[in-house]
Design a protein around this ligand. Structure first.
Ligand code: UDP
Length: 504
């Protein structure tokens, strides 16, 4: 709403001043709660961070929030003042959007396949980021808007160090499942060797304290592939290692907000007892939200409106996954063969890559009998549409949480990071989907697409199948997020910790 929405570019338009409410506070009162929410500049990190920022504002009506990501991402999210929604926000804006520097003009540009380029970026992000965030904290204090707590997502362990140096409490905001938090925790606390010894054996079973047995192939890829210094993502591995070191330095215990809910991950949450882990999710968008991608026009919603309930297969692989021509062809062929209507996201950058690699014009615009292809959609709106009966997903945690919150069963096509564990949760823990297997050459074949989509859609039609489980989990999530629900209560515990000045 306009009350809590600052015009996104207000940060660059004029210096922020103390909120009206602050001036109403007596000098003896504790400072107005002010959360600085920091995030890595990826869509899958920005979205849950921005959603949390908005939830904090709603849950704590006297709090201020500053949302901050890198300058390049900030410019992409809010391209020009003219594009900024007119919120009518005045000096009492409670949400401010202020970027920090990662030491680069453009951010990380993916065109390079040189692993050193990514490692260099991560080093710059860390060094310049820590400096710049420190300056931001100081500048906000000078302006009479002092930060009272730093909240940071997973690839910014240095944010906790900056907070500590400034005498501020911090909280990690974990944007993956509690199960993955627990695996990382135990890996870095005594279980690294067993994983290292068997990392080339995908079916080897590992038992971490408090967790069900896991196959090595389902563990986060940063632990099985990226421990090798020559791996492209080795710097992600070292950053995650730094994160768990940082959490160990927190006294008495680190606070970790987790984008999950108690009901979904009871056991895994208990397995991270070393932290004050507070499940406060799944965080969901409240209306339109800014992001790194421009949405297609909403024709796809009209297209969905014309389809029967639970008939459409929605297909999307998030903001990062790439796709070869052969894979795209197999995918579309498999979808066509189901004979069901489908809405498939093929991002603009993937189309461009495919077109670059081919002499002929890309076939993307070839007539698709049953399908519609878009470059980017409002995924939560799509998943909320009654016509959508199944989601073929790469199992990024945001996508999984959005699908669970909307009660849509899934076909899982995980690749990297936490996606394989997320798929395991979907298939084995909550029974709201099926995992598709790629063939030996790493390609998901058309026949497998058709088979898994049919399995999930048929189970949807059958009593007691994936769709019924999905609607039961949806109800549990609605309850958790509602007033007095587990996530709502946990967010309040977090807020009370700050308003009373007590570090949780
Ligand atoms: N998303 C979207 N429109 C699309 C495709 C994806 O809004 O057409 C959003 C999706 O709702 C989710 C995010 O992009 O919030 C992707 O995050 P996720 O963790 O699923 O995957 P990642 O992009 O990090 O691999």
């Amino acid at each position: 709403s306009s009350q809590i929405d600052c015009a996104p570019s207000s940060a660059t338009r004029k210096p922020p001043v103390a909120g009206v409410r602050e001036t109403e506070r007596g000098a003896s009162m504790s400072p107005q709660p002010h959360f600085l929410v920091l995030t890595f500049p990826l869509q899958g990190h920005i979205a849950p961070a921005l959603r949390l920022a908005r939830r904090l504002l709603v849950a704590a009506p006297d709090a201020l929030v500053t949302f901050s990501t890198t300058e390049a991402a900030h410019r992409r999210m809010f391209p020009a003042e003219a594009d900024a929604p007119d919120s009518g926000g005045g000096d009492d804006c409670r949400l401010e959007l202020l970027p920090f520097s990662d030491g680069t003009e453009t951010g990380y540009v993916r065109s390079s396949t040189d692993p050193a380029a990514f490692t260099d970026y991560m080093a710059s992000f860390q060094a310049a980021g820590a400096r710049s965030v420190g300056e931001l904290v100081d500048a906000l204090a000078v302006r009479g808007r002092p930060v009272t707590r730093v909240v940071y997502t997973m690839l910014l362990p240095w944010a906790a160090d900056v907070a500590r140096e400034k005498g501020l409490p911090s909280a990690l905001y974990w944007i993956q499942p509690a199960a993955v938090l627990a695996v990382y925790y135990h890996y870095f606390h005594g279980h690294a060797a067993v994983v290292a010894d068997h990392r080339h054996d995908p079916s080897f079973l590992v038992r971490f304290p408090g967790l069900p047995t896991q196959a090595v192939r389902d563990l986060p890829s940063f632990l099985t592939e990226s421990t090798d210094p020559s791996d492209f993502f080795h710097s992600v591995y070292t950053t995650v290692r730094d994160l768990f070191d940082t959490l160990d330095r927190e006294t008495p215990r680190a606070t970790v907000l987790v984008n999950t809910c108690q009901e979904l991950e009871e056991g895994a949450l208990a397995a991270v007892g070393a932290y004050d882990a507070l499940p406060i999710g799944p965080v969901l968008p409240s209306g339109d939200e800014a992001g790194l991608f421009k949405q297609d026009d909403a024709k796809y919603m009209e297209w969905l409106d014309a389809k029967p309930a639970d008939s459409v297969v929605y297909v999307a692989f998030g903001s990062l996954a790439r796709m070869e021509r052969e894979q795209l062809d197999e995918l579309l062929l498999g979808l066509e063969e189901t004979g069901r209507p489908y809405l498939c996201v093929v991002r603009k950058d993937i189309k461009a890559e495919l077109a670059d690699g081919e002499a002929s014009e890309t076939e993307m615009d070839a007539p698709l009998k049953n399908g519609m292809v878009v470059e980017w959609c409002d995924q939560v709106r799509v998943l909320s549409h009654a016509a959508v009966g199944c989601f073929v997903t790469h199992c990024g945690w945001n996508s999984v949480m959005e699908s669970v919150a909307c009660g849509v069963p899934m076909v899982c096509v995980p690749k990297m990071s936490d996606q394989r564990m997320n798929a395991w949760l979907v298939e084995c823990e909550w029974r709201v989907g099926a995992r598709a297997e790629v063939s030996g050459d790493g390609v998901l074949r058309a026949a497998e697409v058709r088979r898994r989509v049919e399995e999930v859609m048929r189970e949807g039609e059958a009593a007691g199948g994936a769709r019924r489980a999905a609607s039961e989990w949806k109800a549990a999530v609605v309850e958790a997020l509602g007033k007095g629900g587990s996530s709502d209560r946990n967010l309040r515990v977090f807020l009370e910790g700050i308003t009373s000045g007590v570090s949780l």
